[in-house]
Write a protein that binds this ligand. Sequence first.
Ligand SMILES: [Zn+2]
Ligand SMILES: [Zn+2]
Length: 273
Amino acid sequence: MLTLKCGNWILEGKSSSAVATYIRVKQLDLIFDLGRCPMRFIGTNHVFISHFHLDHYFGLPIYISQRWLAGMPPGNVYVPSSGFKQIKQILDRISALDTGRSWGYQINPVAAGDSIPFRQNLIAHILPGNHSVPAVSYLICEVRNKLKPEYRHLSGKELVALKDSDVEITNEVQLPLVAYLGDTRGIAIDAHPLLRKCKLLICECTFLTPEHRERAKRTKHLHIDMLPKLLEQLESEHIVLNHFSRRYTPEFIREEVYKRLPTSEHPRVHLFI
Ligand SMILES: [Zn+2]
Ligand SMILES: [Zn+2]
């Protein structure tokens, strides 16, 4: 399993096109996609699935059954609404085959435009994907209460008094933390005003060579040639590229990516390989 450190963020998992993609951000208690499920992921409470290609959700039965076996409460699994019914049928059949009983899991359908609060102070915005099957991307924001400007000059005592008299002294603000695109042919940059400001963006980059341009287009994936223009629009401190084709070796990926991206982008681009 791979561990990648980007500033304060630690990403764990694996991502190889058509093989398996699963990425955990432990600090946020969440996993993006679950193409396989390592045992150390079982205790993570939130799973966001981008689409129903097998390499992105094959680990779900393991995640669900292991929690059930361990007597843990079911994790919160979020899936694109288009495959919601089918995945439930599949899980019910597997659990019936496995135990003769239901595992008692929690799966939530999501669609672009939804906003889902989770944990105490996080919210997942669901953004449209652009792939060969229905897909979504995720933008995770932290919700904070910020003191309204008109009250900033007041002392702690005065603020408490106002609060006690039921005056709303704070505004809710959202801090964009991490975005995960899943498999996609583009970045829906205008789908959410905070996307371009997210601190860390996990972006697929399946294809690298000129002869794979056509394949990228046909299978609805990003090609490295498309990235410079897309990255220009993003203010992210860290860009993590994942989901490279298994045709390429890690050495080749490293060489090609940095050769094809402008040098100004190099410091913030990390490879999940
Ligand atoms: Zn994939
Ligand atoms: Zn896919």
